[in-house]
Design a protein around this ligand. Structure first.
Ligand code: UD1
Length: 341
């Protein structure tokens, strides 16, 4: 199938482009590099079977997007293009609402205009807030959003549920709730490109190990967890990318049924910040410079997925371990150092 991938030069988008191409699909990358770099597209061409299409465009630019859809005639859309920094969203909420909600509305309207049957939406475990029970399942309650970023994901999901309820609705969607995507392609050719100081743990670790940051601060050591540090469900970005291929294939196989289906995408187990640091030290052979600091406002003590539904319906489960993801993230960081930027 011809699949439009908005944000296809971004972290999860780029890995999904590779997974789609290598599964026999034709990815149509749409990205304006606001959170990536043009060299990623060249790298994608070398990693993909067949040459993916590429268009430089802002998803908020309705006319330009319409022109791309007209030319490319996609049969499915995977919509990644969005901002994702929790802290920044608190400081600049309008930027988040405009980009994350505005671009989604554009893409959904164009989906209808061009009669594109399949849609996959990037959501996040952030919709669960502080969960009452662990692990969280897809039916665990959606809690009041802790940040404008989190709210944009809840709103995005709600828009898709509302479309499903609309009587005339025949399109089908999958909502994928990502836990904590980390790692990089094992080739070291693509990975995460944080702008400025990273907010996320793993890029902060690899940049500290590379000497770009002086010291990692572990936010909080007094959580009610076995070692006092917060617990997350880290998932290798290649596993996550492959889940998108399963989702789009599943939508196409279930041709007769309309609807919106939600899936958790996680490993199904949690790792503490301390465990991540220690595993990184193991795989890199380095001692990481870190200290403990206060809890980060808005952080939940622990969250991890029950990903049984994805296994049962999509036939998907993670194949890679935390150590694989950290090794690949470190390999990517080292390759990045060699780039003349
Ligand atoms: C957050 C969002 C998630 C979003 C993701 C992408 C929430 C609850 N989670 O994930 O929805 O998709 O960002 O940006 O809104 N940590 C440190 N030191 C650091 C950085 C992080 O100790 O320098 C700790 C954090 O306190 C946390 C863990 O590492 O316990 C993971 O943090 P991070 O990588 O930022 O991801 P989340 O906050 O879990």
């Amino acid at each position: 199938m011809r699949i439009a991938v908005t944000g296809g030069a971004g972290f999860i988008g780029s890995h999904t482009v590779v997974a789609l191409a290598n599964a026999g699909h034709h990815p149509i990358i749409i990205d304006d590099f606001r959170n990536s770099k043009p060299f990623i597209v060249g790298r994608l061409e070398s990693l993909c079977k067949g040459k993916p299409s590429f268009h430089e465009a802002d998803c908020n630019d309705r006319d330009k997007m319409a022109g791309i859809f007209e030319k490319e005639q996609p049969e499915g859309i995977i919509h990644f293009a969005a901002y994702k920094a929790v802290g920044e969203s608190v400081r600049e909420p309008l930027k988040y609402y405009r980009n994350n909600v505005g671009s989604l509305l554009n893409v959904l309207e164009l989906q209808r205009q061009f009669g594109i049957p399949y849609f996959v939406f990037s959501s996040s475990c952030t919709v669960y807030g502080v969960p009452d029970e662990l692990p969280v399942t897809e039916t665990s309650p959606v809690k009041k959003a802790q940040s404008p970023y989190g709210f944009t994901k809840q709103v995005g999901e709600q828009i898709l549920f509302d479309l499903q309820k609309a009587a005339s609705e025949s399109a089908k969607s999958v909502i994928l709730r990502y836990f904590n995507p980390i790692g990089a392609h094992p080739s070291g050719l693509i990975g995460e490109l944080p702008l400025g100081e990273p907010e996320n743990l793993v890029p902060y670790i690899t940049q500290t190990a590379a000497g770009i940051r002086e010291q990692l601060t572990i936010f909080g050591k007094d959580y009610e967890t076995p070692d006092g540090t917060a617990i997350r469900d880290y998932i290798h970005v290649m596993d996550l990318a492959e889940a998108h291929v399963r989702a789009i294939d599943w939508l196409a196989e279930k041709r007769s049924e309309a609807g919106t289906e939600v899936f958790n995408l996680g490993a199904g187990s949690g790792s503490s910040v301390k465990e991540v640091v220690e595993t990184f030290e193991d795989v890199s052979g380095l001692k990481l410079n870190y200290r403990y600091g206060p809890r980060r406002p808005g952080d939940v003590p622990a969250i991890y997925a029950n990903a049984d539904k994805a296994l049962k319906i999509l036939g998907w489960a993670v194949q890679r371990k935390l150590s694989d993801a950290l090794r690949d993230a470190w390999n990517w960081q080292q390759q990045l150092q060699k780039l003349p930027v």
